[in-house]
Structure formats: structure tokens, C-alpha cells
Design a protein around this ligand. Structure first.
Ligand SMILES: *[C@@H]1O[C@H](CO)[C@@H](O)[C@H](O)[C@H]1NC(C)=O
Ligand SMILES: *[C@@H]1O[C@H](CO)[C@@H](O)[C@H](O)[C@H]1NC(C)=O
Ligand SMILES: *[C@@H]1O[C@H](CO)[C@@H](O)[C@H](O)[C@H]1NC(C)=O
Ligand SMILES: *[C@@H]1O[C@H](CO)[C@@H](O)[C@H](O)[C@H]1NC(C)=O
Ligand SMILES: *[C@@H]1O[C@H](CO)[C@@H](O)[C@H](O)[C@H]1NC(C)=O
Ligand SMILES: *[C@@H]1O[C@H](CO)[C@@H](O)[C@H](O)[C@H]1NC(C)=O
Ligand SMILES: *[C@@H]1O[C@H](CO)[C@@H](O)[C@H](O)[C@H]1NC(C)=O
Ligand SMILES: *[C@@H]1O[C@H](CO)[C@@H](O)[C@H](O)[C@H]1NC(C)=O
Ligand SMILES: *[C@@H]1O[C@H](CO)[C@@H](O)[C@H](O)[C@H]1NC(C)=O
Ligand SMILES: *[C@@H]1O[C@H](CO)[C@@H](O)[C@H](O)[C@H]1NC(C)=O
Ligand SMILES: *[C@@H]1O[C@H](CO)[C@@H](O)[C@H](O)[C@H]1NC(C)=O
Ligand SMILES: *[C@@H]1O[C@H](CO)[C@@H](O)[C@H](O)[C@H]1NC(C)=O
Length: 757
């Protein structure tokens, strides 16, 4: 059963590897800026191969890692021993979680003492290598995709070496004492293996094991590395805690040339998951001549809030902080440290940015601060956004201001005004507290709240600044933008114009035009003004010569008809589409790429895609939970003109990265290939065996979707009276946001994976 699938998948794998074929980009000449022990670039070490995507230690994981990472990649293998003393690569001493051994050898589990702890499970010492080599590997971390399970068997250390031909090969011996107790010698295995294969590093948390290898390996280039566990864990051969071993680094130099430490040894966290200042460990170790490797890097785990969910930024703290660089990083996603090292480190303050994509903020830097506040805008500018955005809302006394939702309950603490809640069918079916029910004075006094779209997956945004900043008026927003020399434009979003005209007696389009005039924006101002709306009648009401008019397509589409685009062209200069309209993905995998971008561009309309976020739950597996790979895919595969993002800092850094300027783009700065992984996976795994219910086809954008009556004349009304519910009125097209949920939540993944077992 496994072998047939294996052949299929192997065929697919070769396909994927061909797509990622990379023309051996020359390693850049040794950069004197590296503050590693010997001044060479820090090593990228792939734990179990590309174990963030494929089953740890599988042939796919190793080959994929080598294919997409830096040319000097070091491949990591956790060694376990079979009953006949053959070394295999497998991540844990127990085989239960990362293989299908229960299916192959039912009832063959056992109980052993592991470092003093009675442990029940499947152990490699109970099986010969021949038996183990029939056992399929599976994804042992249940938040990752099980889609590649069962296709590849357990392999010997030597097989892994021959097949991946790595520049460096790192063996980690987590347990020596355990195997010794069962009369199996890691030492003999290693010494035998070292005659056949070239081992660059051997690490172990056991001091005696490393001491015993020093003399026999003295004539080789193999480096011995002491692996540190938790500070209060006991090192079995010295009876000291790892924390106390750390206090005498010169003692470690007597048997090892380096140490491997959990990343928090270097950048510790406080109790609220913010970074504390770095320790002096790397500098101290370098002073006595020890290399320092940092472990526990993965793109799909929570990281310190300081990194804003950008794993590339995290590596920067370890390799490019001005004080030191670690000598290597151990990662489950080796493409990301490859980018961090070769594309993003040492950018300097004046690395030039390429023209595309236009980086447009979404509610300012709303990934780090409450959206649309003075803080969010100030940071978006500082972070390098090209354009900052203001979704305009109206107070009941006619003051236009910036806030992402017309419903104040969505992003402020406004409980004291609950009595002013009302139901407005044109806006949302549920009762809300609408901006046009409060005065500007009251609104100014509200406390804004950060949005956290992935709080279900426990991925909160910057909790320390959950309620930072103040709501700003459109006038203040425009002045702030005008005073910034780095911005190229402002984007002003106008919604609910018809409702406000008819029911509240306000013209939001006039309010915006007046604010722009008052702030001194005109066709000769350096700062470009973009006016965005889902309503064609709003755009038609604006003066086209002064502004770039941006039509927001408010549904997920698979394409647009030519006459529709020609129609849009009559009132807009560019369009905003959601990311699912460009790169649809399902069950975490990119399906394919639509022609939406090129269709609009053929009519000279620029295309901006929304909304990009950094949280790994929002990123398809094809982009490796890496926000930079996702941006790169939209820019270089889908060819969008701009990205609308909650994290402008990440997109701005992307534009400046050095790999975009290289003659030959390295593999780790290639866009993801939509559909390539899907072709490996076949039908999405699911709990039901029957045919999947046919999903409604994604629609094409038609002229009817776009057409609207012109904006009605303003109907004067008593501004202070609360709005009446008007249940019979027809919602105008584009005025209701359709929530498009294509994103795979972490929870859904966990459930899907659990059902498979
Ligand atoms: C293996 O999976 C079980 C859940 O099925 C979990 O409780 C356990 O911690 C896992 N063990 C390892 C070593 O990951
Ligand atoms: C495994 O053990 C259970 C209970 O001990 C028994 O019912 C079952 O038949 C065994 N399965 C195999 C394949 O031996
Ligand atoms: C290991 O070998 C020793 C001596 O040859 C023997 O006494 C002992 O029982 C063996 N232990 C195991 C777990 O096989
Ligand atoms: C090491 O190799 C020698 C000869 O090649 C062999 O006799 C011995 O059994 C091997 N030991 C192990 C542990 O593989
Ligand atoms: C080393 O290679 C030889 C020849 O390929 C093989 O017979 C031997 O078993 C290998 N030794 C180890 C330890 O893998
Ligand atoms: C470690 O400590 C335990 C108890 O504290 C003691 O029994 C054991 O002999 C010690 N081992 C070594 C190697 O010092
Ligand atoms: C550190 O270890 C070295 C070498 O083992 C030893 O000479 C020295 O006394 C130790 N220093 C302390 C402070 O324990
Ligand atoms: C991390 O962020 C917190 C909160 O903004 C800040 O106080 C701290 O200094 C930051 N840590 C580092 C190392 O930058
Ligand atoms: C900025 O550019 C200038 C001129 O190209 C160069 O001399 C300088 O070193 C650069 N500064 C940084 C920090 O990269
Ligand atoms: C406010 O939030 C709710 C739920 O989070 C959502 O259903 C509603 O559409 C939002 N309203 C607006 C006007 O954005
Ligand atoms: C749509 O317009 C594009 C660009 O002008 C053209 O190449 C294409 O053939 C048109 N498609 C149809 C169906 O007319
Ligand atoms: C993309 O995939 C969808 C669903 O699988 C399919 O309907 C559509 O035709 C595909 N589009 C292209 C351009 O392959």
C-alpha cells in the first residue's frame, strides 16, 4: 500500500525539485562584516531536512532542504541505533510519533528506562535495520500538514548522506547512555561511519560521549559540539545542570569546539514573551574560542512579539545585531535563514529599494498597533510604507476621521456608549455602535484596540500596545502624510456613501474633497492621492484628474470579462483584489494562479492585492509559513503592482533585499510554485471517504457586479437623532463586505490531522 504511493510521490517530488532547480548561485565572497568566531557566514542547519513541511528525516525533507537553501547547507540527522547497530536518522528516541510503526508492527511496543524515566513506546533497539527500513515516516508535529505521510521509509545515516550530498553533515546523538545500556555503541557506529562519510559536526548533550570521541576523531575535520538542554536539566555524565556547565566555558573547550543552545540562552524572553536584552553568551564563548549554534527555530511556532511574526527578522537578531553573530542556526525551515543570511543581513541604512511592489499600509501598521491610530501611522511611515491608508468614517457632527470599521465596537472600547447602538441593515445585520451616532469629541476620547485576526490560534498582536494611540481626524492624517518625505502617497477609502447621504444627510465624498483641499493637496502636490471604494458611483463622483481612483473588487473572483474591465477603466485607474482572487488556496495548499492580475493589467489598470499578514496561520504551506516568500510570490509570480499589508515593515524590507538584485536569483528568493505541492498531495485528506461536496465555482467579475446608480443627493436630516433601522432598503452593491474565509486556521489543521490518526 505504501510502495505504490511512494512511487507516485517520488515522481511528483522530482517534478517539484525540477521547479526549484537552482543554478548554483555563487556563495558570496566571505563577508568581513560577519561577527562569527572565524568571520565566515553563519551556517544554516536543516533539522531533519525541511522538516517544517515534510516528515522529519525523510528523503523528501532532505532533498528539498538541499534544493532550496544556501549552497553550504548543513544537513542535520538525529541518530538512533537499530538492534543490529545500524544508525538511522530519526528525530526521537521513540518511533511512535513520527512514523507509522504501529501499523507495520502492531503490539510491538516496549517499556524501557530512558535516563531514569520509565518510558513506554516503540524503540529502534527492538528492530533490525531491515525491519525499520519498511516503516514509513510521518509528520510528527500535528500542526503541520500530514499530506506527505507514509510516502518515504526510515533510512540509514549513510543512505541520507549519499542521497542528499550535503555540503555539511551534522549528526546529533541525543542518547548515548541509553544505547550503551542495551549493549549498542554509538561510538563504534560513529567511528565506522566516519570512514565512509564525511561528518562535519557531531553534537550530543552527553559530555562523556563527546570526550570519548575527541582522540579518535582528532585527525578528522569533524567538530564536536555540546548540546545544551534546559538550564536546570541534569547532564548525566557530570551530574551538573546545563546551567552550571555554562558557567565554565573553558572547561567545554577541553572536549568540544562549540556549543548548541536553545535560542533563549542568547535572547531571553520576559514572562510576557517580549525579548530582554541579549546575554553575553556568544561573546563570552567566542572569547574562549567556542563556536555557538542556536536551536529551536521554526516558522510555525510563536516567537517573541518584537519580531512581529516575521521569522526573517528573528534570524536577524541572531546573526546581524551589531554585537555578534552566532555561528549557525538550527531550523525546521532552512529556506528562511538562507534568505535572512544572504538576502537580508547587512542591508545597511541605504540599501536601495526596487520599484515594485508599492507598499500600502492596511490601517497603518495595524500588525503592531491599533489600526488607524496616530501610532499605527507614525510606525507605518517609519517602517517604510510607500502609501498610508485612511478608511474614512463620519462622526454625527460631520467630522471625517480614520477608522477601519464604521462600527466602533469592532476596534475601540466604546462600552460607555452602548445606549447609542442601532441596527442598520445597509451596513451589517447585527446591531452596532456606528460612528455617525457619536460626536467627534466623544470619538476622540475612545480607546482604540489592536486587531488580532488570529487570536483563535493564540497568535496575538503586540499585547503591550493593545490600546496604544489615538484616533486621528482625516485632516490630521493628511497633514502627517504631507510632512513625511518618505511617503509617495495616501490612500483614502470611502464606503457607505449612499447610506450616509440618504439617511444621515452627509456627503462623505464632499467631506473628503474638502479635507484634501484644506490640507493643500492638489494635482501638483508631491504626495499622490488615491481614492478607493467598492462603489463605482463614489469613484465617478470624484475628480479624476487630481486623484488615482482605485476600484476595490469586494468579492473573490476567478477572472474578469473584458467588457467589465473596459467599464472599470472608465472610472478607475487601478483595482484592489483579495489575495484569494490571485492565488487561491485550499486546505493550506496553493491551487493554481488565476489570470486576474494580467487581465486587469492588459487594460492598463494597476493591481494591488489585499490583505497580507505575517502570522503563519495566514500563509499557505507552499510559502513555507514565511511572509517574505508569500510577498515574493505575489510580486514575482503573480506580478502584482502593490501589496496592502498589516505589516508594512516586512514588505518594505522585502523590497530592499539583496537577492532581488543578484544576476541569478538564488533558490531561496524564488516565488512559490502554485499547484506544485498540490500535485504531490493529490486529493486533500479529509475525514470523509465519499466524494467531496462540489464547491461553488469562483465567479467571474461581470458588468452587473460593477454597475451602480449614481450617488443620491444628500437628504438633510437632524444630525443628532440616532439612525432608524430601515429593514426594507436594498443593500447597494459593494456596500456589504463579504467575509471570505479561505484561510486555514491552525485549529482546523490540528483537527484534520488528529482525524487521520
Ligand atoms: C506524541 O504524540 C502524543 C499525542 O498523540 C503527545 O502527547 C506526545 O507528547 C508526543 N510525543 C512526542 C515525543 O512528540
Ligand atoms: C494486539 O493485542 C491485542 C490485545 O492484546 C489483541 O487483541 C490483538 O489481536 C493484537 N494484534 C495483533 C496484530 O497481534
Ligand atoms: C549486555 O552485555 C552484557 C555482557 O555481555 C550482558 O551481561 C548484558 O545482559 C547485556 N545487556 C543487554 C541489555 O543486552
Ligand atoms: C564497524 O566496522 C567493522 C568492520 O568494518 C565491523 O566489524 C564492526 O562490526 C562495525 N561496528 C559497528 C558498530 O558497526
Ligand atoms: C562503509 O562502506 C562499505 C562499502 O560501501 C560498506 O560495506 C560498509 O558497511 C560501510 N560501513 C558503514 C559503517 O556503514
Ligand atoms: C550523580 O548523583 C547521584 C545522586 O545525587 C549519584 O548517585 C551518582 O553517583 C552521581 N553520578 C556521578 C557520575 O557523579
Ligand atoms: C573551569 O574549568 C577549567 C578546566 O576544566 C578548570 O581548570 C577551572 O578551574 C574551572 N574554573 C572554575 C571557575 O570552575
Ligand atoms: C521588545 O519589545 C519590548 C516592548 O516594545 C521592548 O521593551 C524591548 O526593549 C524589546 N526588546 C528588544 C531586545 O528590542
Ligand atoms: C551608503 O552608501 C554609501 C555610498 O554608496 C556608502 O559609502 C556607505 O557605506 C553606505 N552606508 C551603509 C550604512 O551601507
Ligand atoms: C464588525 O465585526 C463583526 C464581527 O467581528 C463583523 O461581522 C462585522 O462585519 C464588522 N462590521 C464592520 C462594519 O466591519
Ligand atoms: C481580452 O482583452 C485582451 C487584452 O486586450 C485580449 O488579449 C483578449 O483576447 C481579450 N479576450 C477576449 C475574450 O476578447
Ligand atoms: C484553478 O483551480 C480551480 C479549482 O481547482 C479551477 O476551477 C480553475 O480552472 C483553475 N484555474 C487555472 C487557471 O488553472
Amino acid at each position: 500500500m505504501f510502495s505504490r504511493k511512494k512511487i507516485q510521490v517520488l515522481g511528483g517530488l522530482i517534478l517539484v525539485l525540477q521547479l526549484f532547480v537552482f543554478t548554483s548561485a555563487q556563495r558570496r565572497s566571505s563577508n568581513p562584516e560577519w561577527l562569527t568566531l572565524d568571520g565566515s557566514p553563519p551556517l544554516v542547519i536543516a533539522r531533519g531536512g525541511f522538516s517544517g513541511l515534510f516528515p522529519d528525516s525523510s528523503a523528501t525533507a532532505y532533498q528539498f532542504a538541499v534544493g532550496v537553501s544556501v549552497p553550504d547547507l548543513v544537513v542535520w540527522c538525529d541518530v538512533q541505533l537499530s538492534r543490529d547497530g545500524i544508525g538511522i536518522c530519526f528525530p526521537n528516541i521513540k518511533l511512535d510519533n513520527s512514523s507509522a510503526i504501529q501499523n507495520v508492527f502492531p503490539n510491538a511496543s516496549n517499556s524501557y528506562d530512558v535516563n531514569g524515566v520509565p518510558t513506554n513506546g516503540y524503540f529502534s533497539i527492538d528492530f533490525t535495520f531491515e525491519e525499520l527500513s519498511t516503516v514509513p515516516l510521518t509528520q510528527g508535529i500535528y500542526t503541520r500538514s500530514p499530506a506527505f505521510d507514509g510516502a518515504f521509509p526510515i533510512q540509514s545515516v549513510e543512505e541520507v548522506f549519499i542521497q542528499s550530498e550535503p555540503a555539511g553533515f551534522w549528526l546529533n546523538v541525543q542518547h548515548d547512555e541509553f544505547y550503551s545500556q542495551h549493549n549498542l555503541s554509538m561510538r563504534s557506529f560513529i567511528l565506522n561511519a566516519s570512514q565512509n562519510i564525511s561528518i562535519s559536526h557531531i553534537s550530543s548533550p552527553e559530555v562523556n560521549f563527546l570526550r570519548g570521541l575527541g582522540r579518535p576523531l582528532a585527525s578528522t575535520r569533524t567538530k564536536l559540539v555540546l548540546r545544551f538542554l534546559d538550564e536546570d536539566a541534569i547532564e548525566p555524565s557530570t551530574n551538573q545542570t546545563y546551567g552550571s556547565l555554562l558557567t565554565n566555558l573553558s572547561m567545554i573547550t577541553t572536549f568540544a569546539s562549540g556549543i548548541l543552545v536553545p535560542k533563549a540562552y542568547i535572547w531571553p524572553l520576559d514572562a510576557t514573551s517580549y525579548l530582554l536584552p541579549h546575554t553575553s553568551l556568544v561573546e563570552d564563548a567566542h572569547r574562549v574560542g567556542l563556536e555557538v549554534f542556536a536551536a529551536d527555530f521554526a516558522n510555525d511556532v510563536s516567537i517573541a512579539y518584537n519580531y512581529s511574526y516575521n521569522p526573517v527578522a528573528e534570524y536577524g537578531f541572531f546573526i546581524d545585531n551589531g554585537d555578534f553573530s552566532v555561528d549557525g542556526v538550527l531550523s525546521d525551515f532552512p529556506i528562511t535563514p538562507s534568505e535572512a543570511r544572504d538576502c537580508f543581513a547587512h542591508l545597511g541604512s541605504n540599501a536601495s529599494a526596487q520599484a515594485k511592489p508599492l507598499v500600502i499600509s492596511h490601517d497603518g501598521a495595524s500588525g503592531d498597533f491599533p489600526g488607524c491610530t496616530d501610532e499605527a501611522y507614525a510606525h507605518a511611515i517609519r517602517d517604510g510604507a510607500d502609501v498610508i491608508d485612511c478608511p474614512v468614517q463620519m462622526s454625527n457632527d460631520g467630522v471625517p476621521f480614520c477608522l477601519s470599521s464604521v462600527n466602533l465596537l469592532n476596534n475601540t472600547l466604546a462600552t460607555q456608549f452602548r445606549t447609542l447602538m442601532s441596527t442598520v441593515d445597509e451596513i451589517q445585520p447585527a446591531p452596532g455602535l456606528f460612528t455617525f451616532s457619536l460626536s467627534w469629541t466623544d470619538i476622540q476620547g475612545l480607546t482604540p484596540v489592536i486587531s488580532s485576526p488570529y487570536s483563535d490560534s493564540l497568535l496575538l498582536r503586540n499585547p503591550k500596545f493593545r490600546t496604544a494611540g489615538r484616533i486621528v481626524s482625516l485632516a490630521d492624517f493628511l497633514n502627517l502624510a504631507k510632512n513625511s518625505s518618505s511617503l509617495s502617497g495616501v490612500l483614502i477609502k470611502i464606503e457607505n456613501a449612499q447610506y450616509l447621504a440618504v439617511n444621515q444627510g452627509m456627503s462623505i465624498t464632499d467631506a473628503v474633497s474638502d479635507a484634501l483641499d484644506e490640507a493643500g493637496y492638489n494635482s501638483s502636490t508631491a504626495t499622490k492621492v488615491m481614492i478607493q471604494s467598492t462603489s463605482s458611483s463614489v469613484l465617478k463622483a470624484m475628480r479624476r484628474d487630481n486623484y488615482e481612483l482605485v476600484y476595490e473588487v469586494d468579492e473573490t473572483i476567478s477572472g474578469a470579462l473584458n467588457d467589465t474591465i473596459a467599464d472599470i477603466q472608465t472610472f478607475a485607474d487601478s483595482v484592489v483584489v483579495d489575495r484569494m482572487s490571485v492565488l487561491p488556496f485550499k486546505a493550506g495548499f496553493l491551487q493554481n494562479m488565476t489570470d486576474v492580475v494580467s487581465q486587469f493589467q492588459a487594460f492598463n489598470l494597476s493591481v494591488y492585492v489585499q490583505v497580507l499578514m505575517n502570522e503563519f496561520s495566514s500563509i499557505p504551506f507552499d510559502a513555507f509559513s514565511d511572509p517574505i516568500v508569500q510577498i515574493n510570490t505575489f510580486v514575482n509570480a503573480a506580478n502584482v503592482d502593490g501589496v496592502i499589508t498589516d505589516f508594512p515593515k516586512t514588505a518594505a524590507a522585502y523590497k530592499r533585499n539583496l537577492c532581488l538584485k543578484m544576476d541569478e536569483t538564488p533558490a531561496y528568493m524564488m516565488p512559490a510554485q502554485p499547484g506544485a505541492l498540490m500535485s504531490l498531495v493529490g486529493p486533500a485528506p479529509g475525514p470523509t471517504a465519499g466524494p467531496a461536496p462540489a464547491a461553488a465555482p469562483t465567479p467571474l467579475l461581470t458588468v452587473e457586479d460593477v454597475a451602480e446608480p449614481p450617488l443620491p443627493a444628500v437628504v438633510p436630516s437632524s444630525a443628532s437623532s440616532p439612525p432608524e433601522a430601515t429593514p426594507t432598503s436594498r443593500p447597494t452593491n459593494g456596500q456589504q463586505q463579504v467575509a471570505v474565509s479561505g484561510l486555514l486556521s491552525l485549529l482546523a489543521l490540528i483537527v484534520a490531522a488528529a482525524l487521520l490518526f
